[in-house]
Design a protein around this ligand. Sequence first.
Ligand code: KE4
Length: 428
Amino acid sequence: MNRSRSEAFFARAQKLMPGGVNSPVRNFGRVGGHPVFMARGKGAKVYDADGNEYIDYLGSWGPLILGHSHPAVVDALKGACELGTSFGTPTEAELKLAELVKEAYPSIDLVRMVNSGTEATMSALRVARGYTGRNLVIKFEAGYHGHGDSFLIQAGSGAATFGIPDSPGVPADLAKLTINLPYNDREAVRQTLSERGDDIACVIIEPVAGNMGMIPPVAGFLETIREETEKRGIILIFDEVITGFRVAFGGAQERFGIQADMTCLGKIIGGGLPVGAYGGRREIMETIAPLGAVYQAGTLSGNPLAMTAGYETVKQLKEPGVYDRLEQLGARLGDGLRAAADEAGVAAYMTRVGSMMCTFFTNQDVTSYDTASSSDADVYSKYFWNMLDRGVYLAPSRLETGFVSLAHTEEDIDRTIEAARESLKEIC
Ligand code: KE4
């Protein structure tokens, strides 16, 4: 495939931005080569600067559950733009999205809109510390909650991909307040909370891990965390920036039947525009300024364009059968990729929850970062490029998650499976 315009753009970009990108995972550092510069998207397809078409399984890292340029979202945004892009005042648009969030999440009495998932988790952590008066936070190895200082300790996503789990610039005195436990290790949770529970403000978790590749919770794992935190007045924060409105309308809390004390959202609720949100029980959220003393603010929080795109996106997800369709498409793709790997004789462990999924090239079962990180990165890189050259865009790292949208068709899925059969055979 000719990607010469992307290559030229990347040469230009490297003179302008660190690594030529505005976010590390975009620069193909772990799969080699130069990133592909996209020019437009429509439905399940994206088109790069050279005009090449790809079936898109990145979906902008999760937000585009409706696919690219959904007519309802585009039309609503056009109308909103003509009314003004930002006022720095409350608007009705934020009320409409907040009401949908509350409808989907019974655990959320009050919600605060912010501008990214990072802002949501940073703010939720401050609130948990302010509400409990405690300082320790528990996260999970290779759990990724954005780039807030307290989370860049054995973080996932780009931090794990680039092997910089403990980022320079994070003061040691702050880092020691973060405790990492292995994902899916119930005993580690029980033991740590039993030993240090009185000093722990919160446990923050991706209820389905999406930043160490995609790893579902083993039976009883989330339930154990819920029970052990409840006993000790520890705030349980579900980071649903990926899973929110993805694995069910009410996210992982609906899918697994567990209510968190606080929830962080992002991605889908912005419909592709910059957004984040955090919410929770009234008594916790009322500690936030201007009601309470915990401070958090933002010039563009509740931005009417982001609220409009998010509202139109989430509204579509209320339609009957949406999550059955996502499950149907996800199962078709997952089963097909499984068969392709078996046919090619490639060792692969596949995970899927609804329309989010991942392929680890390993003969081990993957239940935590240890086994995820031992999967074969070189095989993944070859697979990534073979698929890209066949018009299929996957996440440029084995420690990320793939997404199917409502815009994908059975034909797209079958073309993808055929590309995988050829790509995997080429590797062996
Ligand atoms: P943002 O600040 O990137 O909007 O959200 C941070 C975040 C928080 N929580 C979870 C579970 C997340 O997955 C993320 C961001 N996800 C990454 C991809 N794994 C975003 C892509 C990027 O960093 O460029």
